[in-house]
Design a protein around this ligand. Structure first.
Ligand SMILES: Nc1ncnc2c1ncn2[C@@H]1O[C@H](COP(=O)(O)OP(=O)(O)OP(=O)(O)O)[C@@H](O)[C@H]1O
Ligand SMILES: [Mg+2]
Length: 287
């Protein structure tokens, strides 16, 4: 299974691009799509899900151009949009039955399938209550259940982890890892820790373009031997930040411990093992 994105752009009104000349070939496994707010993640994912069309370029699944034949991908697709709306008066069973009908999923085992999904997403206890009474995280989990109704082979989650508490995050990650064997799964986030434990591959976006992609190790190589830690005085942070890419700061008594990326560390700095967060911040920094 191959999803190929070739020179894809999305131009909004005027000259503004949401995505610009983006190319990437995605194979089965879990892809983490990382990028800061406004990077173009949702714009790209909506085009793959055929709810929006590229202004330029081609997206194809197994060599089928999805703009020419959207149903080819739709039949195999599960999509959780970032702004997933629900129907407050329906309960979870009714909502999933409704979504199943919309997706053309039926059969004698539909009820069982819905129960299994609700169980897997820890919603079974609340399943007969109206969705309007659910918490944000519960609605998010119902959105995830809806994605999986039709046994999709291409699964796209736009910021699925936002709003889930730590325990639900673990459940979600386990669920995704189980699913990913024969599927393409794309997970977007602006937070590295949302995806770094499960993504086989990572793509980083900024300003509508692809900054880099590859395995986590490949991406970390961008900052190998460049991550340091040192103690500075609070007053010097602004000046320090102008000279190095600061990744994080922690208070240490009256001073600050700064983790930063540089080619030229200051004297007595301690070298640190680079991680994906370091690379992400370095590659998407604004200056
Ligand atoms: N319908 C639209 N009309 C005009 N501009 C848009 C529209 N949708 C998105 N944009 C712009 O396109 C750019 C990319 O937006 P997009 O929502 O794809 O980013 P994102 O990476 O998903 O961000 P976030 O992390 O905040 O969800 C932004 O500058 C945004 O303002
Ligand atoms: Mg978005």
């Amino acid at each position: 299974m191959t999803l190929e994105i070739q020179n894809v752009s999305k131009q909004y009104n005027g000259n503004k691009y949401g995505v610009k000349d983006f190319s990437l070939c995605i194979e089965k496994g879990i892809l983490g799509l990382l990028g800061p707010n406004g990077a173009g993640k949702s714009t790209l994912l909506k085009m793959i899900a055929t709810v929006s069309k590229p202004s330029d370029g081609i997206i194809s699944l197994n060599k089928n151009n999805i703009a020419k034949d959207p149903n080819y991908i739709r039949k195999q697709l599960g999509f959780l949009p970032q702004d997933f709306g629900v129907y407050p008066n329906l309960n979870a069973y009714e909502f999933l039955e409704y979504m199943a009908a919309m997706k053309g999923v039926g059969g004698s085992d539909l009820k069982l399938r819905i129960s299994v999904l609700l169980e897997g997403l820890n919603l079974i206890k609340a399943a007969k209550k109206p969705i309007g009474s659910y918490s944000g995280g519960m609605k998010q989990r119902l959105g995830i259940a809806q994605v999986l109704l039709n046994n999709p082979k291409i699964i796209i989650f736009d910021e699925p982890i936002v709003g889930l508490d730590p325990e639900e995050r673990v459940r979600f990650r386990n669920l995704i890892s189980d699913l990913a064997n024969n599927c393409i799964v794309i997970l977007s986030s602006h937070i590295v820790s949302d995806i770094d434990t499960i993504a086989d591959k990572v793509a980083i976006m900024k300003n509508g373009t692809l900054v880099t992609n590859g395995s986590q190790d490949d991406i970390i190589k961008n900052v190998a031997n460049k991550v340091f830690e040192t103690r500075i005085e609070k007053e010097n942070l602004v000046h320090f930040g102008e000279q190095h890419t600061v990744v994080s700061t922690t208070r240490k008594e009256d001073n600050l411990m700064v983790r930063y990326i540089t080619e030229n560390p200051i004297k007595d700095a301690t070298k640190k093992q680079a991680n994906l967060e370091d690379a992400y911040l370095y590659l998407t920094k604004t200056n």
